[in-house]
Design a protein around this ligand. Sequence first.
Ligand code: MN
Length: 293
Amino acid sequence: MSDNVARGAIDLVIEPAEKDLGGFSVRRVLPSGRRRMVGPFIFFDHMGPARFAAGQGIDVRPHPHIGLATITYLFEGEIMHRDSLGFVQPIQPGAVNLMTAGRGIVHSERAGDDRQTESRLHGIQSWMALPESIQETAPAFVHYPSGDLPRVTGAGSRTTIIIGRALGETSPVDVHASMLYLDVNLAATHSYPLPAGYDELAVYVVDGELEIDGARYGAGVMAVAQDGVVPTVTAVSDAHFMVIGGEPLGARHIWWNFVSSSRERIEQAKQDWSVGRFDEVPGETEFIPLPED
Ligand code: MN
């Protein structure tokens, strides 16, 4: 099992806090106390795997975001996205929902409309900070069906290129900075060199066990590479992992669902949400109130 000691290619090991959101557990990896961001990635939540009885499911009521882009990517289950631009989009495994908040967007995330049967949910939600010059860009939402993403089979490996360029293929997911996001399955004993060309890199183990530079990393752990180092990972058992990376964008403030390089801008967003100055989500009447400080 891992510890928090840096070894060779790995600068830091993050063991996330597990939060129970009412029968549904989430592992929050970023931001962590010792590492706020990896490239533009400022938030990384591993949801589930969870099983819901008939009639149950997630219900994240409408809430606002600024200054970031969110990316939802599922392994199992379905989430219905609704936003203040009027988009209503179910997302299923292998697809991408990319929501750019920019100057402000409101959305809800709920179980699919069909709650007649037992359901499962497993996936990753992450947020990327926006470059400072476009933090206040117009909000946008784009859905990429599963078939749009390049999938590459190698020796013992299967890679989905969610964002960026790897293994000679480039994802069509259009983001605002140089970054990388991969979903990799790697069979036991096989090795996998991470792609070069990204300043910061980290590996998150969804399932199984990896070895990197002589140290082992189990499920639920993020291993962050030394800056500029491109590690090779080896699967100790059949493993499923995510790779994130990219160019650093500079420090960001993060408070609740708001990200900005400016603390004053976050205060403005808090004020705006508390007095109802964000746009509404058509068809929704509920909302999540601003948390207490
Ligand atoms: Mn959200």
